[in-house]
Ligand binder design. Structure first.
Ligand SMILES: [Zn+2]
Length: 223
């Protein structure tokens, strides 16, 4: 009942005050203009033993949207992006999955004031009715500390970057949520920590996937 009221209210708001297209920022009655909607390239790909579901490539228009979300103080963009992820990849989200976002290190979180992946997970949860747990994982290493360390050290740091801290993870089926997946090292490390806590992890939802094996510097840079 409440959700029905909320959706009616949202429809009324769309008519009275059109929102901004999440892709190109023109005023539209909804989340996307027809052109940007057509440019989405939802796809599913295997990454080792994980299945990564994305809305499109990072080097397309979606990459610009993600950069606005992360670096230009636009946490509101997580709403349409997460909602669209939940809608277009609903088939992989059946059952009682728990949505767990990739966390930021506390230093980065203090700087940005929001974790874009946690906002995406919240929007996916709203769309799908699944639970989300923004505190299930803790990030132990910061990107700043990694700079200057050797490749071997960096790889070890990534493997030990996460700590699973929720008891209810044992036996849970977790779906990881992140904004961009590049090499996959981060989501693999997060999946490892969650599995060590007794969860099963098979699916990653992300807005963008980088197309090439060598990700662009922008995609790697501050989370
Ligand atoms: Zn648009």
């Amino acid at each position: 009942m409440w959700e029905r009221l909320e959706s009616l209210w949202q429809r009324a708001l769309d008519v009275l005050a059109p929102r901004e297209c999440a892709g190109c920022r023109q005023r539209v009655p909804g989340q996307w203009c027809p052109q940007c909607w057509q440019q989405l390239e939802p796809h599913v790909a295997a990454l080792g033993d994980l299945t990564v579901c994305a809305l499109g490539p990072y080097d397309g228009p979606l990459g610009a949207t993600v950069r606005r979300l992360k670096y230009h103080d636009r946490p509101d963009l997580a709403g349409p992006l997460g909602d669209t992820l939940g809608r277009l990849h609903a088939s992989v989200l059946s059952g009682q999955a728990l949505l767990v976002p990739i966390p930021l290190h506390r230093a980065r979180l203090a700087q940005r004031r929001y974790n874009q992946a946690a906002l995406l997970a919240r929007a996916i949860a709203r769309r799908t009715g699944l639970d989300h747990s923004p505190r299930a994982l803790e990030r132990l290493t910061s990107a700043a500390r990694q700079a200057g360390s050797s490749a071997t050290e960096r790889s070890r740091n990534v493997q030990q970057a996460f700590h699973a801290r929720e008891r209810r993870l044992a036996g849970a089926t977790v779906v990881l949520v992140d904004d961009v997946v590049t090499t996959g090292a981060t989501v693999r490390a997060a999946a490892g920590a969650l599995r060590a806590a007794g969860a099963s992890v098979a699916v990653v939802l992300c807005v963008c996937r980088t197309r090439t094996r060598q990700p662009r510097a922008e995609a790697q840079g501050p989370r």
